[in-house]
Design a protein around this ligand. Structure first.
Ligand SMILES: C[S@@+](CC[C@H](N)C(=O)[O-])C[C@H]1O[C@@H](n2cnc3c(N)ncnc32)[C@H](O)[C@@H]1O
Length: 399
């Protein structure tokens, strides 16, 4: 089969977009164009797993079709990933007005606001619940963990008042067959491991088989960014041992910072003498005290430090060296590429907000690799379920 598909009269900007996208998805031009066309064709009447018994699922190159909700959606890093493997969003929730603005521009939908005010009845049934929930400490004052978590719905005691509590309440009410959660790496070590213990046991108490792994995005994008991905499968649907495995990182050429840099960045991103002197002085002071705080001059041939939501402050964690002048910070467009968000998505907010949004986001390519593994389990389940439906007798109604 030929590796490329000839398309005549494609405008150059569309051609560039196809090239950017297919590189990110690691597909040939032919595979990518066909997957886009199939996705457009299927999106007209794509059933969710809920309807699968009534409408047998088509086999498509993007995997088993499914529906999902995007909670604590940010700018939709998880959404992009799930859409790429055949998912269709039925609900989203994000309270930050600027993130909502980006989400609307990129996906044509304004997410609901504060999750604490969302009515469960407004959330449509879904196959996968995705959430990059903020990590908060859990206070288990007065209730021993064992006592609390050993009981059904014990999370109500253990996590009362936290955002995770609201998430768990939604999971408990909606019973999505699959969970895809994402958090900072130190969720696992936070409060001496107690926070992770509460998260894990809460999900297990709700009858989910829980898988968790820290994954470094540096295999996909030129940024060291470790995040914990938590995947849960409802045991009453998938059994006790669903055949899930986290992805193995791609082998071969690693992405390099220089691949995503703008050759002519605007001058305003170069540090002023004043700020550059201050950062050097601050770093020296900490070196003398024996600790490693300070700015990070990035290696153009390697990967950067983690882009944080506070990058807008001085950009000191990722500075780009420049010949004969002060280093510069990343432009918002470069921050976007460092996170692996495709170029056809335009930045629609101020620089400050853009850095915050990218610094908070999930790297879609990493989430996509995880989502592909989930999709394989959905296909496995669909193939073994006698009624060709992940759910037993439940279809896509809100409840
Ligand atoms: C770590 S970010 C999620 C990033 C997202 N998964 C992405 O890829 O862009 C957490 C998000 O939760 C949002 N958030 C925090 N508290 C919230 C609440 N009470 N209701 C809705 N969203 C909330 C924050 O505004 C932030 O965008």
């Amino acid at each position: 089969m030929p590796e490329s598909l000839l398309i005549r009269d494609v405008p150059p900007k569309i051609k560039r977009w196809i090239d950017d996208e297919r590189e990110q998805s690691m597909l040939s031009q032919r595979e990518y164009v066909i997957s886009v066309l199939e996705k457009a064709y299927n999106s007209k009447a794509r059933p969710s797993l809920f309807d699968a018994a009534q409408h047998p699922a088509p086999t498509s190159p993007t995997g088993t079709p499914f529906t999902f909700v995007d909670l604590f959606a940010g700018i939709g890093g998880l959404r992009l990933a799930l859409e790429r493997v055949g998912g269709r969003s039925v609900f989203s929730c994000e309270w930050d007005k600027n993130a909502q603005k980006t989400y609307r521009a990129w996906y044509g939908e304004v997410p609901e606001g504060d999750i604490r005010k969302v009515k469960i009845a407004d959330i449509l049934d879904h196959d996968i619940l995705a959430a990059g929930f903020p990590c908060q400490p859990f206070s288990i004052a007065g209730v021993s963990k064992k006592k609390s978590l050993g009981r059904p719905h014990g999370f109500k005691d253990a996590t009362q008042g936290t955002l995770f509590f609201h998430l768990a309440t939604i999971i408990d009410a909606k019973r999505p067959p699959v969970l895809l959660l994402e958090n900072v790496k130190n969720l696992r070590s936070h409060e001496k491991g107690r926070t992770w213990e509460v998260v894990r046991s809460t999900l297990e108490t709700m009858n989910y088989k829980v898988f968790a792994e820290v994954i470094d995005a540096a295999h996909w994008v030129p940024q060291h960014r470790e995040r914990v991905f938590i995947v849960g499968f409802d045991k009453s649907v998938f059994g006790n041992e669903p055949p899930f495995r986290f992805p193995t990182p791609p082998t071969g050429k690693r992405p390099k910072l220089m691949d995503i840099l703008d050759p002519n960045p605007p001058e305003r991103y170069t540090l002023t003498d004043h700020l550059w002197k201050y950062l050097q002085k601050y770093a020296k002071m900490h070196r003398l005290k024996g600790n490693g705080f300070g700015y990070g001059l990035a290696d153009l041939d390697g990967v950067t430090r983690t882009l944080s939501a506070r990058y807008y402050k001085d950009g000191s964690e990722i500075l780009i060296p420049q010949e004969g002048k002060n280093p510069r910070r990343l432009t918002p467009r470069e921050a976007q590429r460092l996170m692996g968000f495709p170029d056809h998505l335009s930045v629609v907010v101020s620089d400050t907000q853009a850095y915050r949004q990218f610094g908070n986001a999930v790297v879609p390519l990493v989430a996509e690799a995880v989502a592909k593994q989930i999709s394989a389990v959905l296909s496995w389940q669909l193939a073994r379920a006698k009624n060709r439906c992940v759910f037993k007798g439940r279809f896509g109604k809100a409840r």
